[in-house]
Design a protein around this ligand. Structure first.
Ligand code: HEM
Length: 505
């Protein structure tokens, strides 16, 4: 009986919402609608009961639409979609479009940069931007170097010729980097960090699955599912670990404050710059941030900063293994800039000289953008392509489809080709045609951090190993998630190079 009443209430509420949004959508009556589309369920049948892989390709399929703007319905919620660079620019740079829609609430990180509501985000972003400025990033380089060296040493100790899941190892390295540089924790000494990471990824997977399960949008309904219970358990455990890490950071800060008074440097012999956690704790002490904002930002930066670059480098490794001539070209450039007989000297200048390596990484980010689909919500009416779009409308920018758009990238858009990023080919291309780190003010705060750290990992990896694989690039199949994930992770065979610095020493 209870279930029947609940079910009837949902149907009535859905119909009310549906009618409300139908009226609101009159402004967009001329826009194409993704099919098949039915009242109340919208385009839900494209995803209902489908595997993660089917969901990804069904979504990418319908978003591969030549129209500049079109619409789809996530249940009763209409969404204006685009994979057109000029429309993406209009949406992502509009100050009234910096809000994330309700589906970001599923991640329950509403007080961290990634999921925060507009006003909270605006205040935080202003304070946190400086923690990723160039001077601070330069200060991180020795840490990136040390972590990348740890990675190659771990890899060198593995039995040679074995096929390994490279993403696991690289993720561990990017986690070590991000913990050291943003929250000042050594994840080798603090096993809680690894556990926290696994829990957060688990929570993210469940939250992502909910995005295309429109019948679970209502919190009350979701609370009846086993996924909710699973998520709650993980969340409680994750909070315990996060609190413990924060406590360590607070202790470390007070130790540092004492040292500063006696003008000492830290264990590594240099004074730690004002990093992300310091800024968060300082703002908390000044009552400018709530405790929950600190915790959510710690969560956000751990996942945002490690799983992203680690997963991307997994794809990059498989590309290198699949195209030996590209691998050779990247390797040659690396040893030219960082000769094997000399210790590596990473500076802003030497890293800048890795021009082909940068083109290679950009091409990886083009075909394998970690954030494949971005969403925004308008907080005021605004004009888009001649239409007056009312307040409260949702927007979806498909980065995955935009990066494979043949109008922008030419007939070989699906082919891996670093030459797409030569200055000649790049000139005249729309500035919003390539958006692996999103665009506008709510873009990725760690984009430069990511590029520097990924380059440093590649340098150490390729100076020491050549990469091959039994897997083909075409075997990579994506599945729906907030991040671009594959059904099977890249498997790589590493062969230590004859003149590798590790081998020589
Ligand atoms: C290959 C590496 C990376 C890629 C491709 C990437 C991509 C992105 C994208 C597309 C967004 C926008 C998400 C959205 O609007 O829904 C984003 C946001 C964010 N990223 Fe990254 N990211 C990477 C690495 C990093 C790193 C290294 C950090 C920090 C150390 C970081 C921290 C963040 C944060 C905090 C946000 C939320 C920003 C805001 O809303 O103000 N990311 N990232």
């Amino acid at each position: 009986m209870m279930i029947l009443i609940l079910f009837s209430i949902i149907i009535v509420l859905s119909l009310v919402q549906y009618v409300r949004f139908q009226r609101k959508m009159l402004f967009a009556k001329d826009l194409l609608t993704v099919q098949p589309c039915y009242p109340v369920v919208g385009n839900g049948l494209l995803f209902l009961g489908k595997s993660g892989e089917e969901r990804f390709y069904n979504l990418a399929g319908v978003l591969n639409n030549p129209a500049k703007l079109f619409k789809m319905w996530l249940g009763v919620y209409p969404v204006i979609c685009t994979s057109d660079p000029s429309m993406a620019q209009k949406i992502l740079t509009n100050p009234n479009c910096m809000q994330k829609p309700f589906i970001y609430n599923f991640f329950k990180l509403d007080y961290g940069l990634f999921g925060a509501h507009y006003n909270v985000w605006k205040k935080q972003r202003k304070h946190l931007n400086p923690t990723f400025n160039q001077k601070i990033l330069n200060g991180f380089v020795p840490i990136f170097d040390r972590c990348a060296q740890n990675l190659v040493q771990t890899l060198a100790a593995l039995p040679e010729g074995e096929s390994i899941n490279i993403t696991d190892y690289v993720n561990r390295c990017t986690l070590e980097m991000v913990c050291a540089t943003t929250i000042g924790a050594d994840c080798n000494k603090n096993p809680g960090v690894n556990k926290l990471m696994t829990l957060i990824i688990g929570i993210f997977n469940l939250a992502s699955a909910r995005i295309l399960n429109m019948h679970l949008y209502w919190e009350r309904i979701y609370q009846l599912t086993k996924e909710y219970r699973e998520e709650q358990l993980m969340r409680t455990e994750a909070y315990n670990y996060a609190n413990q890490i924060l406590q360590d950071a607070v202790n470390c800060r007070s130790k540092q404050a004492n040292r500063a008074e006696s003008d000492e440097t830290d264990d590594d012999g240099y004074r730690r710059p004002q990093i992300f956690i310091d800024q968060l704790l300082e703002l908390q002490e000044a009552n400018k941030l709530e405790d929950i904002e600190v915790i959510h930002n710690v969560y956000t930066v751990i996942v945002g900063g490690s799983d992203t670059s680690g997963t991307e480098l997994g794809y990059a490794a498989l590309v290198l293994a699949s195209y030996p001539q590209i691998q050779e070209k990247v390797y040659k450039e690396i040893v030219e800039v960082f000769p094997l007989e000399d210790p590596v000297n990473f500076t802003q200048e030497t890293l800048k000289q890795l021009e082909y390596t940068e083109m290679f990484l950009k091409e990886c980010l083009r075909l394998y953008p970690i954030g494949p689909h971005l969403m925004r919500e308008g907080i005021a009416e605004f004009e888009l392509d001649g239409m007056k779009v009312p307040k409260g409308m949702f927007y979806l920018v498909s980065i995955y489809n935009m990066h494979r758009n043949k109008e922008v990238w030419g007939p070989n858009a699906d082919k891996f080709d670093p030459e797409n990023f030569t200055p000649e080919r790049s000139s005249g291309r729309h500035p919003f045609a390539f958006l692996p780190f999103s665009g506008g003010n709510r873009n990725c705060i760690g984009s430069r951090y990511a590029m520097i750290s990924m380059k440093i990992i590649l340098v150490h990896l390729l100076r020491n190993f050549s990469l091959s694989s039994n897997m083909k690039l075409e075997d990579l199949r994506f599945e729906f998630d907030a991040l671009l994930r594959t059904t099977k992770e890249p498997q790589i065979i590493l062969e230590q190079r004859k003149f590798s610095p590790l081998f020589v020493s």
